[in-house]
Design a binder for this molecule. Structure first.
Ligand code: GDP
Ligand code: MG
Length: 374
């Protein structure tokens, strides 16, 4: 018998969960030498021990998953509409990730739009042959793993950059492993193809040894030779990305409460807490109350990647959002709520749980330290 719960539920809640009286819980705890009160929150070990007494196994889930009232019901197939793929660029240091992102941003965005200089919203969108593609602005593995460790998956496809004048390097392999662990397909971009005497075949062979096998070598991986300096092959790369995206049949329901992920957050002197959000499903609108991790907010204003004020943002759209009461963390999942009261309650509850967790891990700190940490 398996029961699901979060850590740090109270003795009372555990009693409900196991279908027994709270006094039974208290006496079981006493029998193992723990004096507890009805409203005391119990740690994972204690919950497991008590449940075992009643023949139940415990499965711990994230607090976020417990907020039944904010959880967005599964979308009906017929409500789903195609959405833009979300791309992360990864690869070894100096192989040209930033250059590639910059080239694509400048060429593809500036060309299409009047005054198209972009602002930093953590991601940007380009249009290639009438298809939108969203690029996450932070290359590298830390961002990717930080997100994943918080349960947020914000990438559909990884562009793996390998410099043609170098080889498959440790971070190339790391990137391959991250993409595989996340179940995200890779499109290979051999960069710096403009350099003289480079040998892309060598790299293709090395990649095969790590199970990244391009079509030409009998595999399924899309592949392009590019130069982030001259722009050679970039159109081809975007084409390949779109082919891969088509296979994934990426869809979302734009007609519901929004959910998404916090890409970054910072304190701006004039604007207050400013965060970069990637909307993943639904449509986020000015005025919407929301929760992100333990933080509450209400959308005061949003700007898109062109620095333009927008009133709403749909699936796969990155925006800069003003309206947080507290500073969220990258990777926090954002969920819009119907009413502000519920959103506040959920945020408070989560904050409470985090505080208690912090208390437990800061036993050796002074009170001063603790209050600073909170
Ligand atoms: P990152 O560490 O992967 O972000 O790599 P960068 O984008 O910072 O590039 C590292 C170096 O390689 C810089 O000096 C770039 O100017 C250079 N570089 C990047 N792309 C190309 C390219 O396509 N061709 C050439 N020749 N140099 C490149
Ligand atoms: Mg870089």
């Amino acid at each position: 018998d398996v029961v699901e719960t979060t850590e740090f539920i109270t003795a009372n809640e555990l009693a409900d969960l196991l279908g027994v009286g709270v006094n039974d819980i208290i006496s079981v705890c006493m029998s193992i030498g723990l004096m507890i009160t009805i409203n005391q929150r119990l740690d994972a070990g204690t919950i497991e021990l008590v449940a075992e007494e009643y023949g139940k196994e415990v499965k711990f889930i994230e607090a976020e998953e417990m907020d039944e009232d904010l959880t967005i019901p599964e979308d009906d197939e017929e409500d789903l509409k195609p959405r833009a793929p979300i791309i992360t660029v990864m690869g070894h240091v100096d192989h040209g990730k930033t250059s590639l992102l910059d080239y694509i941003r400048e060429e593809k965005v500036a060309a299409g739009e009047a005054g198209g200089i972009t602002q930093h919203v953590g991601a940007y969108q380009v249009v290639h042959n009438d298809n939108e593609i969203t690029f996450l602005d932070t290359p590298g593995h830390e961002a990717f793993t930080a997100m994943r460790s918080r349960g947020a998956q914000a990438t559909d496809i990884v562009i793996l950059v390998v410099a043609a004048d170098d080889s498959v390097m440790p971070q190339t392999i790391e990137a391959i492993n991250h993409a595989k662990a996340a179940g995200v397909p890779i499109v290979v971009a051999i960069n710096k193809i403009d350099k003289e005497g480079v040998n892309p075949d060598k790299i293709k062979t090395q990649l095969s040894e790590h199970d990244v096998i391009v079509e030409e070598y009998g595999g399924k991986v899309q592949y392009a030779e590019v130069s982030a300096h001259t722009g050679q092959g970039i159109e081809d790369l975007l084409e390949k990305v779109l082919i891969e995206a088509e296979l994934l049949e990426l869809k979302a329901n734009p007609d519901r409460r929004a959910d998404g992920v916090v890409l970054e957050a910072r304190l701006d002197k004039g604007k207050g807490i400013v965060s970069n959000i990637l909307v993943q499903g639904g449509t986020l609108r000015v005025g919407d109350p929301f929760v992100a991790g333990p933080c509450f907010g209400r959308v005061r204003a949003m700007e898109n990647d062109r620095g333009k004020r927008v009133k709403e943002a749909g699936p796969s759209t990155p925006v800069q959002l003003m309206g947080f009461d507290e500073m969220p963390q990258a990777g926090d999942k954002l969920i819009a709520a119907e009413d502000e009261k519920l959103a506040k309650e959920v945020a408070n509850e989560r904050m409470q749980i985090r505080r208690e967790q912090a208390m437990r891990t800061t036993k050796h700190m002074t009170l001063d330290d603790i209050s600073r940490r909170l």
